[in-house]
Design a protein. Structure first.
Length: 524
């Protein structure tokens, strides 16, 4: 049993009783078999003993977390839904907060509920030196102020950059041509983001590409390797993790490349990982387009309308007119998005309205993979409906504003980011931000935008640390999809199903090896 406790967590962040009595006669064989697996998997490391949990079960639940965290989160959420409960992760117990309670937490200050501490712990910053530090505050500020506005003005330049990437790294596709889209998309997004953030001189440099693409992968491998060792061994174990040296070298390289360009040295770690989040979602959208041929027609028609004249690429509002595409991307993200969200560490004890007590030191997560399949919020959750959110936006055209409430089914009165203790910065974004807290009407009609966040909309997180790069990501993904749809037909091989995602620990990524067929469209 991996799910430990339903609610009223007035306990240390460890489970209550989940021990399974094993007859003494079988105990030796049982322990020997499971221990052999545990030893193999954990490189002879037995995790810290917990007085309530037997080592074998600990190992089993950790293995489950490693290879099927999405199923674990989805199944446990289905069971407990509106209650807080606990799960064992590879790094210890995590308390899972449902959407009905998260509103009480998302506006809390950093000294009570910390995102930075949680991220630093998850990244094992002590060894990797990757952390949500002062640099990420600067980056967040830049993203919220300058970057998104600049991007809207840069659409035309980015289109040119994408054309260049297609010309140099994409097959001609005169007839149906199989192509592994995932690796291409990583490079394409790296180039596009590089063009926006560091300019054309660096964005086309292979050295920059290599650092920016590989950085997040190297960091992920380093963290995973370190996690195999118990915390007390890590001060020594770090010297066996070669990726830690690569991280340091890559950071030095990035700084050397950036120094001539900017006075302020930013840690490139945040933007490096965003290349993967953005390219993963773009790849998922392409897999979904390949499966849902009818959506290609619908979205192409919209793109043709918006970009009827070449000058439309120069208009900063053009991309925002792609409303059906906005819905399609959000639906793709709903079904393929992250497993959990809202990673936070409790710094001061918190009592929730249902009696749940969260002692300081508790590590929190929200069950995103479960919420996305909750039929109360998303009717027919298993069905891919590319226009789901567009239809809801159409229904929302009604002029009667409704005060947001928390959380509501998507078929009923909608809400957006609605902290009980409202966090102003949680909704701060560019002026075009749908999450602006200025007018209730705007709040309502924006609930279904790809970039909207809310208690049941946590793909970009929640509260004041919600992703500030989501507006940027939206522009990039729409540009790439619109351009591809205008110029190519897309399909899977006959009889092939949608490529399956790869799940490893908390990460879910689209298949890196699947091939999609592209054929260049004849000019009309
Ligand atoms: C589809 C693409 C993306 C997804 C799914 C995504 C998702 C997320 C999530 C879940 C968080 C954590 C939020 C929280 O804890 O409440 C986050 C934080 C962040 N993201 Fe993104 N992101 C994406 C693209 C980007 C891009 C393109 C950038 C930058 C150009 C970016 C920059 C950041 C930064 C700086 C933070 C840290 C914010 C803070 O701690 O205050 N992200 N992102």
């Amino acid at each position: 049993m991996d799910v430990l406790q339903t609610q009223n967590l007035n306990l240390t962040p460890v489970a209550n009783d989940i021990s399974h009595p094993i007859p003494t006669s079988n105990r030796f064989i049982y322990y020997a078999a499971i221990s052999a697996i545990a030893i193999g998997v954990w490189l002879f490391h037995l995790p810290k003993r917990d007085p309530h949990v037997t080592v074998p079960f600990y190992a089993v639940s950790r293995i489950k977390w490693m290879f099927s965290a999405d199923t674990l989160v989805r199944d446990s959420y289905r069971k407990f839904r509106d209650s807080a409960y606990q799960i064992r992760s590879t790094e210890g117990v995590r308390t899972i907060i449902p959407p009905t309670l998260v509103g009480e937490l998302k506006g809390l200050p950093e000294d009570t509920l910390s995102a930075k501490t949680a991220v630093s712990e998850a990244m094992l910053s002590e060894y990797t030196h990757l952390s949500a530090d002062a640099h990420s505050d600067i980056l967040t500020l830049l993203l919220k102020t300058k970057a998104t506005h600049n991007l809207q003005r840069m659409v035309s330049a980015l289109k040119e950059e994408f054309q260049f990437i297609l010309a140099t790294e994409f097959p001609a596709c005169e007839d149906w041509t199989p192509f592994r889209i995932q690796p291409f998309m990583v490079r394409a997004v790296s180039r596009l983001s590089g063009r926006a953030f560091v300019g054309p001189s660096l964005s086309r440099s292979e050295e920059w590409m290599s650092v920016s693409v590989n950085f997040a992968i190297t960091a992920f491998i380093a963290v995973t390797k370190l996690q195999f060792f118990p915390p007390w061994m890590r001060p020594v174990a770090q010297y066996f993790v070669s990726e830690l040296r690569t991280i340091r070298k890559d950071l030095a390289k990035a700084q050397a490349m950036l120094e001539p360009l900017i006075e302020e040295r930013l840690n490139s770690a945040d933007t490096a990982s965003s290349i993967h989040t953005t390219s993963n979602l773009t790849t998922d959208c392409i897999y979904d387009l390949a499966v849902h041929q009818d959506m290609q027609d619908v979205l192409r028609e919209e793109a043709v309308e918006v970009f009827a004249e070449e000058e439309a690429w120069d208009r900063k509002d053009s991309i925002n007119k792609l409303k059906k595409m906005d819905s399609f991307i959000k639906e793709s993200q709903r079904l393929s998005g992250n497993i959990t969200s809202f990673i936070r560490k409790v710094m001061k004890p918190i009592d929730l309205s249902d009696g749940t007590h969260l002692p300081s030191g508790t590590s929190l997560l929200t069950p995103l993979a479960g919420i996305s399949f909750d039929e109360r919020y998303f009717p027919d959750p298993e069905v891919f409906d590319g226009l789901r959110f567009w239809k809801l936006r159409q229904q929302q055209q009604s002029p009667t504003p409704t005060r947001p409430s928390s959380p509501t089914p998507l078929t009923q009165a909608p809400s957006t980011e609605t902290p009980k203790t409202p966090s102003k910065s949680a909704t701060t974004g560019p002026s075009s931000s749908p999450a602006s807290s200025q007018t209730p009407l705007l709040l309502n009609s924006s609930r279904y935008h790809f970039t909207s966040i809310g208690d049941t909309n946590q793909n970009f997180g929640l509260g004041k640390h919600a992703c500030p790069g989501r507006f940027f990501a939206a522009q990039e993904i729409k540009l790439v999809l619109a351009y591809l749809l205008l110029n190519y037909d897309i399909k899977l091989r006959d009889g092939e199903a949608r490529p399956k995602p790869v799940v490893f620990m908390m990460t879910k990524s689209p298949s890196q090896t699947a091939e999609v067929l592209f054929r260049r469209r004849k000019a009309a």
